[in-house]
Ligand binder design. Structure first.
Ligand code: NOJ
Length: 558
């Protein structure tokens, strides 16, 4: 496959509202980010992905954009943003911006016009339909609870919103709308940005008849009618031809419900669409049949199968993106590791997984500190619209508060949105004011100041992993092979480059576990590249007893 800078990069995701507040209003901002760039440079990341910083009424924290070409006032000015870009580039890092074009805010000028009348020139920028027999045009449910349709009295029609009712879906069938979006993208690219993360980009094409799911009462997930819809590849190829192909940039699409086969159509190197996608298969391993809030225990064998399927499925075709958490997910350490006794060991073990697979790893702010989920006592402390809507809906359906709160503790998006823990001072050094969402009470022991000072911290382990990635060409290894696939506690694999192999062995639990190298893997020399424990002398690597959450990465000379 082709050599590209984004394949060799490590991306760091910033959720600006929670990263660093410079002016004491309790909300993170752009000057705050600038003040922390040296911290990111020291960590060794190459690319910063900035979640939306555009003007927005913040119904969904910036994913509801009212002006695509301006900066949200709480975050700063366009001059601040320009300074940020310059400072990032000065440090030899890159910046990718979030592109949210499946929907806009209902306060965007296009929508303000669109809802005025049926013959308004902007009417067709959104998806309007008359009601069916006095109710919604179809039975689709919104991702944020309730119907995906909102009635608008002005013109007596409904508009579609797959997310909140303040996030009307844009109508990509309209070529004028598409041109407006391409123009806007070009405007940002001409300012010198290095790419885009594209929000729910595989939802932009809906089946034109907008058919009902039609399996009973209530609202249903209509994904089959809008995930990977009929014209999505046509739109992305057009976007690529008219915009993306003119720049040396990276693109990563957030794609719900894609398999490796679907993904290859988005990221295939001969497809001229995107560079990478984020898939959700791993994020669903602890969801029961009723979806995200129906919490079930995850199974390591299932996780391994999913990762192997993606490693093998895209090999030689397209590039993987590697993540275990982001601003929409609980903290990976609380979800897949141990956030109490073995916090350090398990955070490093999970990091080892992400940084030794083929693909581009994404670090979500605070992951490098081993930040954990949070448990607020009262629903009033939660801010996320998805969580709050779910709470109301489940309460109305008669579910008990304990079950609802437990689901929020395990899965809620605010777990990943509590402020960055910079130091042990009040509000973790995030703000001198009152933070928009409370700081995780564990900030006195888990914070950046402490982590940077301690050479054995999770932060420094990430640094070493990143260094290793370059020093040993970790991206170059191919032919992923899962070892001991039936093991319920070990995740082990090899990847090969010429006569060298990278052997990775991870213990996912606190009980010691026995690793056995298959007989057909022979080698005459081995080197331990990294581990989250002090190395044991004279390890026979054909048969190793791993300590709790131990991670071992060897290079084998075959
Ligand atoms: C995915 C984003 O990551 C999430 O935060 C947002 O709520 C939805 N898309 C809608 O934009």
């Amino acid at each position: 496959m082709a050599n590209k800078w984004w394949k060799d990069s490590v991306v760091y995701q910033i959720y600006p509202r929670s990263f660093m507040d410079s002016n004491g209003d309790g909300i993170g901002d752009i000057p705050g980010i600038i003040s922390k760039l040296d911290y990111l440079k020291l960590l060794g990341v190459d690319v910063i992905w900035l979640c939306p910083v555009y003007e927005s009424p913040n119904d969904d924290n910036g994913y509801d954009i009212s002006n695509y070409q301006s900066i949200m006032k709480e975050f700063g000015t366009i001059e601040d943003w320009e300074e940020l870009l310059a400072q990032i580039h000065n440090r030899d890092m890159k910046l990718i911006m979030d592109l949210v074009v499946n929907h806009s805010s209902d306060e965007h000028a296009w929508f303000v016009e669109s809802r005025k009348s049926k013959d308004n020139p902007y009417r067709d920028y959104y998806i309007w339909r008359p009601g069916a027999d006095g109710s919604e045009p179809n039975d689709w449910g919104s991702f944020f609870s309730g119907s995906a349709w909102q009635f608008d009295e002005g013109t007596n029609e409904y508009f579609l919103h797959l997310f909140s009712k303040k996030q009307p879906d844009l109508n990509w069938e309209n070529p004028k709308l598409r041109q407006e979006i391409y123009k806007m993208m070009t405007w940002w690219l001409d300012k010198g940005i290095d790419g885009f993360r594209m929000d729910v980009i595989n939802l932009i094409s809906k089946v034109p008849q907008l058919p009902s799911v039609g399996n009973g009462e209530g609202y249903h997930f209509g994904g089959e009618h809008f995930m990977n819809g009929p014209r999505v590849h046509e739109y992305l190829k057009e976007m690529n031809r008219e915009v993306l192909s003119k720049y040396d940039i990276m693109t990563v699409g957030e794609t719900i419900g894609v398999t490796p086969e679907d993904a290859a159509l988005y990221v295939g190197e001969d497809r001229d669409e995107l560079n990478m996608v984020f898939h959700f298969e791993l994020m669903e391993v602890d969801s029961g049949q009723h979806g995200k809030w129906d919490v079930k225990p995850w199974d390591l064998r299932e996780m391994k199968q999913i990762i192997a399927k993606w490693q093998i499925g895209l090999e030689g075709k397209g590039w993987n993106s590697l993540y275990l958490n982001n601003h929409d997910q609980p903290r990976m350490l609380s979800r897949f590791g141990d956030d109490t006794v073995y916090r350090m060991e398990s955070a490093k073990m999970l990091a080892t997984l992400l940084h030794t697979l083929q693909g581009t790893p994404y670090i979500y702010q605070g992951e490098e500190l081993g930040m954990t989920n949070v448990k607020f006592n009262s629903i009033s402390e939660y801010k996320d619209i998805e969580t709050l809507n779910m709470y109301e809906e489940h309460l109305a359906a008669g579910e008990d508060i304990g079950t609802i709160m437990n689901a929020i503790y395990v899965k809620g998006r605010d777990n990943g949105r509590t402020p960055m823990q910079w130091d042990g001072s009040e509000h973790a050094g995030f703000t001198t004011g009152t933070p928009w969402i409370a700081v995780n009470p564990n900030y006195q022991s888990i914070n950046a100041e402490q982590a940077v000072k301690d050479p054995h911290s999770i932060y420094h382990y990430y640094r070493k992993l990143i260094e290793l990635r370059y020093a040993h060409n970790v991206t170059g290894y191919v032919a992923f092979r899962l070892l001991m696939e039936d093991s319920t506690n070990l995740f082990a694999y090899v990847r090969t480059l010429g006569d060298e192999k990278l052997l990775v062995v991870l213990n996912f639990f606190k009980e010691p576990a026995q690793f056995q190298l298959p007989d057909d893997i022979t080698f005459h020399k081995h080197e331990l590249l990294i581990s989250n424990y002090e190395a044991k002398a004279d390890t026979d690597i054909r048969s190793i007893t791993l300590r709790p959450y131990e991670a071992l990465v060897y290079k084998l000379q075959c």
